[in-house]
Design a protein around this ligand. Structure first.
Ligand code: NOJ
Length: 507
């Protein structure tokens, strides 16, 4: 008898950005009860799991990625009892739940950091963080030096905001804390974790200067602060902890590593379960780029016998409809790319609001909150974090009763869930159909790239032929039963910027 594959190997996981998903109050911010209430919506849409962004006690300098207590719920978002209710409800509906784990840094409000400041240089309390007498040349991802001077003249490292001091993962206390945090949430019943900054936990010994500190500040890079070999030992340890529990508990790495091979190293058989494929997300709208990323990903994933992941949007990047040019063309391309990724073997990670075809919002500078913006590192990420429009004709569009923490554009009146749900031509209906069709895909995970010309990305998975028309002209396609398409097909012709799945006999 063969053991069934773990649920996560081909799951569709929906990222819930808790602050912006659904509010049940007047704070303008989402909360856990809001998520619990809307779980049937996610079941109806057709996803398998939700990933909840951090809801732990936090001063919210980086919207919860600055954790002051890893084992509780911030009162802004609810209580542990609300979390338990949400989890039970999700499980009752057949949904899995992943929570966010933020192990690279704590909040400067975490008791450990306060103790470290109070205890002074050379203390065991300071050894949990990276205090030094002299800074090196590293830069913070959010801008400026990665070092903050303290009152006693030492500096501490913060690869992100200065309210996010980096932990020192050579310290035993740090390992023990996170062993306990993992067990705390696993004991409560979570199905897994999304591991924040998974490539950053170990720094090169001696904290040497970066050869190119600006290049090391962002993107898919290596450097003395990223993707160090020792980081993998941490995941081997966590692999053993996850294995102590039944039910295929898992973890997915947020590792912005330089190449698909390095990204996949995080999901070797004794490490984490999956790793986000940011190479797919970073690819421009280009048939050649899509083909190369898919080819390379599948080669590298096979080497470690892991399952690939596909992701186009999340709370840190410009929404993909906007990246692909925005407007009707951006939306068409977004749907085509989504349909293409949903046909690939492995897991797909969706970001809330993409099922509504939302674009990046140009949040007025006075309303922006992201530390990245306030530190002068470009427009910041607020534009993809605006609270979701559920219903009605004006803000807050059924998302609680308060003024949303980021302003919603009035044009969203036509994009609410309510407006799209009963419209078969809406983006929401397309996503729902695509997720349903995905359940009927062949079991075969073998993908064969098919050459249909330079403007076409095509592959075969079992009996299904997937075609994406990346050119500017309509494309004649092989005759075959159309399983689903991102735009109407007439006379066996696929419009530009559209994708289709065809039931085609093997050639
Ligand atoms: C990645 C998270 O997705 C992002 O939102 C956060 O700012 C950084 N890690 C720092 O935790």
């Amino acid at each position: 008898m063969t053991t069934p594959a773990p649920w996560w190997r081909d799951a569709v996981v929906y990222e819930v950005y808790v602050r912006s998903f659904a509010s049940t109050g007047d704070t303008g911010m989402g909360d856990l009860r809001g998520v619990a209430e809307r779980l049937p919506y996610l079941v109806d849409l057709g996803v398998d799991a939700v990933w909840l962004t951090p809801f732990y006690p936090s001063p919210q300098h980086d919207n919860g990625y600055d954790v002051a207590d890893y084992r509780d719920v911030d009162s802004r978002f609810g209580s542990l009892a609300d979390f338990d209710t949400l989890l039970a409800r999700a499980h009752g509906l057949g949904l899995r739940v992943l929570v966010d784990l933020v192990p690279n840094h704590t909040s400067s409000d975490h008791p450990w950091f306060r103790e470290a400041l109070a205890a002074g240089p050379g203390s065991p309390e300071r050894a949990r963080y990276l205090f030094r007498d002299k800074p090196n040349n590293w830069l913070s991802v959010f801008g400026g030096s990665a070092w903050q001077r303290t009152d006693d003249g030492q500096y501490y490292l913060h690869l992100f905001d200065r309210s996010q001091p980096d932990l020192d993962w050579t310290d035993d206390d740090v390992h023990t804390l996170f062993d306990e945090v993992l067990r705390f949430w696993l004991d409560r019943g979570v199905d897994g974790f999304r591991v924040d900054v998974a490539h950053g936990l170990r720094k090169a010994a001696g904290l040497p200067d970066a050869a190119d500190p600006v290049a090391a500040q962002s993107g898919l890079v290596t450097g003395p602060m990223w993707d160090q070999p020792e980081v993998h030992d941490i995941y081997r340890r966590w692999h053993r902890i996850l294995g102590e529990y039944d039910g295929d508990r898992m973890a997915v790495a947020e590792a912005w590593a330089a190449t698909p091979a390095r990204t996949m190293a995080y999901c070797r058989h004794d490490e984490l379960s999956q790793s986000f494929n940011f190479h797919w997300l970073e690819a421009p709208w280009s048939v050649a780029a899509f083909r190369e990323v898919v080819r390379e990903t599948l080669v590298e994933v096979a080497r470690v016998d892991a399952s690939p992941t596909w992701v186009l949007s999340n709370h840190d990047v410009v929404r993909h409809v906007t990246r692909y040019g925005g407007g009707a063309r951006g939306l068409a391309r977004g749907s085509a790319a989504t349909l293409t990724m949903l046909a690939l073997p492995g897991s797909a990670y969706l970001y809330q609001g993409e099922e509504l075809g939302l674009e990046q919002v140009d949040v007025p500078p006075a309303d922006r909150q992201d530390p990245e913006f306030h530190n002068g590192r470009g427009p910041g990420r607020d534009g993809c974090r605006v609270p979701l429009p559920w219903s009605g004709h004006e803000s807050p569009f059924g998302n609680g009763t308060g003024r949303p923490w980021l302003p919603q554009p009035p044009e969203w009146a036509t994009l609410t869930v309510e407006a799209q749900r009963n419209d078969p031509s809406s983006t929401w209906s397309f996503y729902r159909r695509a997720l349903a069709a995905r359940r009927g895909l062949p079991q075969a995970t073998e993908v064969t790239l098919v050459d249909l010309g330079p403007d076409v990305f095509a592959f075969r998975r079992g009996q299904v032929l997937v075609v994406l028309n990346g050119g500017d002209d309509p494309l004649p396609i092989p005759a075959g039963e159309v399983l689903i398409s991102s735009a109407p097909i007439e006379n066996d012709t696929l419009p530009a910027n559209a994708g289709v799945w065809l039931a085609a006999p093997a050639s």
